[in-house]
Design a protein around this ligand. Structure first.
Ligand code: PLP
Length: 490
C-alpha cells in the first residue's frame, strides 16, 4: 500500500520539481519573508495522527517554498554556486531509497567501493598524482560533507601525526597556519580543537596570495618563540577574491619543516583542474609533489548536489592512525584482514551518506567533456561580465577576475576641480548601491571587504545561467548605480 502511495506522490513530486525549474526565473532570487514567518504558519506540535501525503505536499508549496532562496536561479550570483543537477538529484534519490550509514565496507560494499572508485576517477580528472588514488593503496579519496569537515579532519590527522613524531610536545603550543584570506574554517578548526590560529599576511602584489617568504619568516619567528606550526591551510581560490596562495613558493619555504602538514583548501576553485589550462595557475605540480591533503567541493561548482566535499590524502594511514576507534561491535572479518576501506576511519562521524552515487551519476552523465564545458562556461560568463564592467564609467574592478569571480565597486563621479572621493565616502556609496541591489528580487550578489574597500562579488556558475542573464545583470547594476549616485550626492 505504501509503495503505491509513494509511486503516486513521487510522480507528483517529480512533476512539481519540473514545474519549479520551468518557473524558476519568475521567482524572486532571495526569499521575500521576514524572520519568524514560518512559526506563524505552522502548528506548535507535530500532529497526533498522520496526515494525508497530498496535504503535506501542498503545504510544502504554500508554506515552505516562499521561504526558499533559489540558489539554482540563473541570476543567483552570490557566495559561490551550489549545484543541483538532474543527474545529482536522481543519484541522491536512489541513495535515499537504499539509505544505509556506510561506515564500514560491510554496511554496503557497493557504497564504499563506489566512493573509492569515483574519487579515483575525479582525481584522474583533476590531474592529481596517482598517490592520491585509492588504487595506489597508499593514499585515496573520501567524500566528506563539507570543506569545513575536510579541513577539520586534516587538522586532527596533522595534530595526531605531530604528537606521534614528538610526544613531548605540549598541545597548547601547536599553531594552525592560514592567512588573512583563509575561509573561517581555519579559525573554526582551531576553536573546536582548542588550538591557536595564526593568519599570515597575504601579498597585494601577488593578487592577495600567500608568498613563500612570509611563511618562512613566520615559521622562524614562531619556532624561536617556542610555538609549533604543524599545519598550513593553503587556499586555491579564496572566498573574498579567489586569490591563490603561491604553493610553488610554499613548497620551497617549508623544505626545512617536513613535519608541517600542507592542506590545500580549493573548495570552490579546485574543480577547474578538470581543464588543463588552469593547472599551472593552481600549482598542480607542486600539490602533486608535496601536499598532504587536497579538498574541493563537488557541491559548489562541480555539478553534484549539496553536499559532497572531495578530500584526498597522500597517505591514508595518517587518517586511520588518527581516527580509528574500533569497539568490538565494529569489527568485521574484512576489516581485520585489511582488505577493505572502512570510511569511518577517514572521517569524524561514524556514519556517512551514500554520496558517491550522485557523484557517479554526475561524472557519467556529463563525462569529462561536459564537466569541462560547464567550468569553461562559468569562466566565459565572468569574462563577459568583467568586460562590460570595464566598459562602464561607473564601476571599477577591484580584484582581477579570478576563476569565475569578479570583485567590483562603484566609483563616484568626479566633478572637474573637486578632489576624488575618500575611501570612507566610496564605501558609503557602495553600501547604498549594495542595499539598492539587495532590495531587488531579480538578482543576488553579496558584498566583501578587500583592504577596507566595500565591494561586490559577482560569481556566475549556476547551470541555468546564460549570457543573457549576465547582460541583464550589467543593465541592472548600471540602473541602480545611477540611482545610488543620485542618493549619495543628495
Ligand atoms: N573554503 C573556501 C575557499 C570557501 O569559499 C568556502 C565556502 O564558500 C568554504 C571553504 C566552506 O565550504 P563548506 O561550506 O563546504 O565548509
Amino acid at each position: 500500500r505504501n509503495i503505491g502511495r509513494f509511486r503516486k506522490a513521487g510522480y507528483q513530486a517529480i512533476d512539481r520539481i519540473c514545474d519549479y525549474y520551468y518557473s524558476l526565473e519568475d521567482k524572486p532570487v532571495v526569499a521575500q519573508v521576514e524572520p519568524g514567518y514560518l512559526r506563524k504558519l505552522l502548528p506548535d506540535a507535530a500532529p497526533e495522527t498522520g496526515e494525508p501525503f497530498q496535504t503535506i505536499a501542498d503545504d510544502f508549496q504554500k508554506q515552505i517554498m516562499p521561504g526558499i532562496t533559489h540558489w539554482q536561479h540563473p541570476s543567483f550570483f552570490g557566495y559561490f554556486p551550489t549545484a543541483s543537477t538532474l543527474a545529482g538529484t536522481i543519484g541522491d534519490l536512489y541513495a535515499s531509497s537504499v539509505a544505509g550509514p556506510g561506515f564500514n565496507w560491510l554496511c554496503s560494499p557497493a557504497a564504499t567501493e563506489l566512493e573509492a572508485i569515483t574519487m579515483d576517477w575525479a582525481a584522474k580528472l583533476f590531474g592529481l598524482d596517482e598517490v592520491f588514488m585509492a588504487s595506489s593503496l597508499k593514499g585515496g579519496g573520501v567524500i566528506q560533507p563539507t570543506a569545513s569537515d575536510s579541513c577539520l579532519t586534516a587538522v586532527v590527522a596533522a595534530r595526531s601525526r605531530f604528537s606521534k613524531l614528538h610526544p613531548e610536545t605540549h598541545l597548547q603550543n601547536l599553531v594552525i597556519y592560514g592567512t588573512t584570506m583563509t575561509h573561517s574554517l581555519g579559525a573554526k578548526a582551531a576553536l573546536i580543537l582548542g588550538l591557536s590560529f595564526r593568519a599570515l599576511e597575504v601579498s597585494r602584489d601577488d593578487a592577495y596570495g600567500l608568498r613563500g617568504e612570509t611563511l618562512q619568516k613566520a615559521l622562524r619567528e614562531d619556532r624561536a618563540a617556542g610555538k609549533i606550526p604543524f599545519i598550513l591551510i593553503a587556499t586555491i581560490g579564496t572566498t573574498s577574491s579567489c586569490a591563490i596562495d603561491n604553493i610553488t613558493e610554499i613548497e620551497q619555504a617549508v623544505k626545512e619543516y617536513p613535519e608541517l602538514w600542507i592542506h590545500i583548501d580549493a573548495a570552490y576553485a579546485g574543480v577547474t583542474l578538470t581543464c588543463p589550462e588552469f593547472r599551472e595557475m593552481c600549482h598542480l605540480d607542486a600539490i602533486n609533489r608535496f601536499a598532504h591533503s587536497f579538498c574541493t567541493n563537488f557541491h559548489k561548482w562541480g555539478l553534484v548536489n549539496f553536499e559532497a566535499s572531495g578530500m584526498w590524502v597522500r597517505d591514508r594511514t595518517l587518517l586511520t592512525d588518527a581516527l580509528d576507534v574500533t569497539p568490538e561491535f565494529l569489527r568485521t572479518k574484512h576489516s581485520e584482514e585489511g582488505t577493505v576501506i572502512d570510511y569511518r576511519n577517514w572521517q569524524l562521524a561514524l556514519g556517512k551518506r551514500f554520496r558517491a552515487l550522485k557523484l557517479w551519476f554526475v561524472l557519467r552523465s556529463y563525462g569529462a567533456e561536459g564537466f569541462r564545458a560547464h567550468i569553461r562556461k562559468g569562466i566565459k560568463q565572468a569574462e563577459l561580465f568583467a568586460t562590460r564592467i570595464r566598459e562602464s564609467k561607473k564601476f571599477e574592478i577591484v580584484a582581477p577576475p579570478s576563476f569565475a569571480l569578479v570583485v567590483f565597486r562603484i566609483i563616484g563621479s568626479v566633478n572637474e576641480g573637486s578632489p576624488p572621493p575618500s575611501l570612507a565616502q566610496l564605501n558609503s556609496l557602495n553600501r547604498i548601491f549594495h542595499q539598492r541591489v539587495s532590495a531587488r528580487p531579480d538578482i543576488f550578489v553579496i558584498q566583501t571587504d578587500i583592504e577596507g574597500m566595500y565591494c561586490m562579488r559577482f560569481v556566475p556558475g549556476a547551470e541555468r545561467t546564460e549570457d543573457k542573464h549576465i547582460e541583464a545583470a550589467v543593465r541592472l547594476f548600471e540602473e541602480e548605480a545611477t540611482k545610488a549616485l543620485q542618493e549619495w550626492e543628495a
